[in-house]
Design a protein around this ligand. Structure first.
Ligand code: TXA
Ligand code: MG
Length: 323
């Protein structure tokens, strides 16, 4: 028996016993539990330190399992599933009565997606049920894109097994579309907004939540996807000036930019100028430099164009300050 089928069997046994397993997806690693078992789901919230009213995505093998979790499924859901599953797209649909409220954070809607990673696809086929899985990181921290990142987040008493599927190919989370009422983009991600709009022949509504707008206005940003080291984002010229000022004051700072250069006395790192490569690398980059003892990480903002929508969304939430 190969190593991977051994660990797949182990994963199935743990999940059926109501335990947690780290799983690879094409976007980020997930912290999975049996979506039909409220006690198992409670372990996810405890492990992550996540508020209980936050809903968790249910992962399934394919669209044929949609009716197990959702009801009143509109034609647009089948269309989107047909076009983008397995893949980085989560659909928000009316919750089926049998779907545990623990999964939906007490709401009447459920988020469902069929991930594309072959190892997890196989796991889901053999498991048959659904796997509730948020990103496998402590609440508010940087999402994990390798098995080692997941091991760094949880002790082995909490998480006995992480299925190692290699580095994630997409690197940022799934696109979330709500199909309750007018179709809405709730989170930009792995599937481009335009591809969804073209397929459905409509424009998606896209609002930033009222609470996040209010928090931003007060200068305190959503704490999500954040390294422990203060992360500052902004235009290069502003960041260079900030870096010089801090360096003159004796701080060890890092400037991450597309040019990869920095003023004298400031450490430099280069950012990929291809948005897909940037997405693939960003969480690992933040984790890497978070361990290097810098007083601050200064990161040049990417262009405000559609190709960078998901990356800009994550950076906006990850940043402690925007200059
Ligand atoms: O790519 C991904 O989606 C990854 C991988 C592991 O699949 N998962 C992920 O999960 O990003 P998480 O829990 O870190 O983020 C899920 C987001 C949350 O912002 C949550 O509020 C939203 O999905 N969500 C889930 N169910 C929802 C629902 N019923 N209504 C509104 N939002 C929902
Ligand atoms: Mg997350």
């Amino acid at each position: 028996m190969s190593t991977s089928s051994t660990s797949l069997d182990q994963a199935l046994a743990l999940l059926r016993a109501g335990e947690l397993v780290g799983i690879p997806t094409e976007t980020v690693y997930g912290l999975a539990a049996d979506a039909g078992n409220p006690e198992a789901i409670a372990k996810i919230f405890a492990a992550k330190g996540r508020p209980a009213d936050h809903p968790v995505i249910v992962h399934i093998a394919g669209a044929e399992q949609l009716p197990d979790w959702a009801t009143d499924i509109p034609a647009a859901a089948w269309q989107l599933a047909e076009a983008f599953w397995p893949g980085p797209l989560t659909l928000i649909l009316p919750r089926k009565a049998s779907t545990p409220l623990a999964v939906t954070g007490g709401q009447d809607s459920v988020g469902v997606r069929a991930p594309a990673h072959p190892l997890t696809h196989e796991l889901l086929k053999q498991f048959r049920g659904g796997l509730a899985a948020p990103s496998a990181n402590q609440f508010g921290h940087v999402s994990p894109t390798t098995a080692q990142h997941v091991r760094d987040e949880f002790d082995t008493a909490t998480l006995q097994l992480v299925l190692d599927g290699g580095p994630c190919e997409v690197g940022v989370e799934s696109t979330i579309v709500s199909l309750i009422g007018a179709p809405k983009l709730l989170r930009p991600g792995g599937v481009p907004r335009e591809a969804i709009e073209t397929l459905l022949g409509i424009e998606l509504e896209h609002h930033q939540s009222a609470s996040s707008a209010k928090i931003r206005a007060s200068g305190l940003l959503d704490s999500h996807y954040s390294p422990r080291t203060p992360l500052l984002t902004g235009p290069l010229a502003v960041l260079r000036a900030e870096a010089v000022e801090r360096s003159d004051a004796g701080q060890k700072v890092l400037l991450l930019s597309f040019a990869g250069t920095a003023p004298q006395g400031v450490s430099a790192a280069v950012l990929p100028d291809d948005p897909e490569q940037f997405a693939r690398d960003i969480y690992a980059t933040l984790r890497h430099y978070d361990r290097k003892g810098f007083a601050a990480l200064l990161l040049e903002s990417p262009p405000q164009t559609p190709a960078w929508l998901a990356v800009n969304d994550r950076l906006r939430r990850a940043a402690h300050q925007r200059l």
